[in-house]
Write a protein that binds this ligand. Structure first.
Ligand SMILES: [Mg+2]
Length: 211
């Protein structure tokens, strides 16, 4: 039986894929190191900024001594874009409210830094219903490692099979599957509805009965 629903943030509850791309590029552009959209989608999407900068150092020779500054600048641009574009989405608020009323434990587990998660969840009016926020600062290994999902599962004191995780991209899905939880893969935040989550919860319960 499912007892907790764990949400990835970007691409699941927040349509922020492009924001992270734009914010990083705006910072990199100062040093003439912009990444094109296809490369970002193929090799960088869903990874923490620090990991992205490490890849840039290996592939394009981005100096390590710039990482701190680039990271700070990127986070600042991300916050700006969040204030400008992040709005509550009715179907997400409805889903989260209803799941909460039904007694499910709810968490966001994201490769973003804590400040970004808190801001985006507040702007989207989803934060008050979340029991737990896990950021890349709360773990030693970000996704695709399952550590942040394992941390949430331990926090709720449940078995991995009692959790349903919503994820949208390869790194996240890999982390979610490795945690041993049930996984609902979504294409975009538009796919995140109460009805779809309910169907996935019911399917997970049926598979548990048949075990
Ligand atoms: Mg994602």
């Amino acid at each position: 039986m499912i007892k907790a629903v764990l949400f990835d943030m970007d691409g699941v509850l927040i349509d922020a894929k492009d924001w992270h791309y734009e914010a990083l590029n705006k910072a990199l552009d100062i040093f003439g190191m912009a990444i094109d959209r296809d490369t970002h989608l193929a090799s960088y999407d869903g990874l923490p900024t620090r990991t992205k900068l490490n890849i840039l150092t290996k592939s394009r020779g981005c100096p390590v001594k710039l990482h701190g500054f680039l990271n700070q600048l990127k986070q600042m641009y991300t916050m700006e874009l969040a204030y400008a574009r992040c709005r509550p989405v009715f179907q997400h608020r409805k889903a989260v409210n209803r799941l909460k009323d039904e007694g499910y434990k709810l968490a966001v587990c994201s490769n973003s830094i804590r400040q970004t998660i808190v801001l985006m969840m507040e702007l989207a009016q989803l934060k008050e219903n979340m029991d737990l926020l896990v950021s890349n600062e709360d773990v030693s290994r970000p996704k695709p490692d399952p550590e942040m999902y394992q941390k949430a599962i331990r926090y709720f004191n449940i078995d991995p099979t009692e959790a349903l995780i919503l994820e949208d991209n390869d790194n996240g899905v890999q982390a979610a599957r490795a945690s041993g939880a049930h996984v609902l893969v979504v294409g975009t935040p538009d796919d995140v509805t109460y009805e779809r989550i309910r169907t996935a919860i019911d399917a997970a319960s049926i598979s548990a009965d048949q075990r």
